[in-house]
Design a protein around this ligand. Sequence first.
Ligand code: NDP
Ligand code: MG
Length: 388
Amino acid sequence: MTRSLTLLGATGSIGASTLDLVRRDREHWRIEALTAHSSAAELAALAREFGAKIAVVSDEACLPALRDALAGSGIEAAGGRKALCEAALRPVDMTVAAIVGCAGLAPVMAAIERGGTIALANKEALVSAGEVMMQAVAKHGATLLPTDSEHNAIFQCLSGNRLSDVAKITLTASGGPLRTWSTERLAAATPAEAVAHPNWSMGAKISVDSATMMNKGLEYIEAFHLFPVGLDRLGIVVHPQSVIHSMVEFRDRSTLAQLGPSDMRVPIASCLAWPHRMETPLAPLDLAAIGELTFFPPDETRFPATRLAREAILAGGSAPAILNAANEVAVAAFLAGQIGFTRIAAMVEETLQRSNDAPRPATLDEVLAVDQSARRQALTLLETNALV
Ligand code: NDP
Ligand code: MG
């Protein structure tokens, strides 16, 4: 049976992992839409390879380059944010949401409003829209398949179990490349050091999030919405080997964990094949070669991001969207060499404090307005050197 697929964020790291799996199983997939932001040539090459019906660049200035690169292929080319949402609205069996940042929110909401099945990697969309997104999922009968490795692990552990039997959900965190660094050393960490993740190969933004532990903070908020067991039943443990991707303890004290290679093709395959299984090209897990699995409590003094995320969940309303927006601005500033590593969390905290009168968003437009306003606030901090 052939299934149709739209891949939002085809030119990124998750995009490449998804297409690697599709490439190995070509006869079972038909590609509807592939999207990118500005990588027109790369997108056109993928659209040609996979025979996509439409390719979309969200940066409209890149549309002429996309058109040129697709000339004679019969593949439709489109550009701009509206075109991105229109592409997400086209009927398909599966949408893989792999855009980075809140920029992916509107197309994810379009796929949800269509009542589609969505493999969600784009955690910032869920963090920002939280209740608005979950309400839309329920209202339109959409299916959200968690693709983030931790949430995919939890989803697998919960299969066949009742949420009411859950005693605790524990997200594992690798701790990132700077896990053992002192606060003084962290202050001087360079972008190259922060993106050098020991276990996972990922896009630049999530790599920095992993180093600051904001990735775990965002995942905390993500888990809060996906698995509504309450904040007091959600925990984080640092597990540097990234073999256990997360675990669920039930009230009888039985704990189920999902283990696997640290390769996103595993959780992506679990979503693509859901509710069944499919082959991946990965080597079997060799626990004897790995030798030992270790665990540590998170250190919120050196890495305050998980505390900020917990506070944002408790504050509710617009706080998670503000946290996410400020973090996106701060990570971009860090990668551009404008602020130091430890200023990322400081900028998020300061933006949250300065935006505490933001209204509770009840619609997609209101979430996007909170996002924009928090970005402006964070940029003001940057421009006035309030934190440097
Ligand atoms: P990448 O940076 O590698 O790729 C991002 C993709 O989104 C690219 O296709 C990019 O297009 C597109 N994009 C970037 N900015 C915009 C924009 N403003 N509007 C529309 N499209 C845009 O990111 P990753 O693949 O690493 O991550 C994607 C998402 O998945 C993130 O939310 C991340 O947190 C999550 N995730 C990633 C994991 C990983 O292993 N990489 C693991 C778990 C979750 P272009 O190439 O043109 O810039
Ligand atoms: Mg993850």
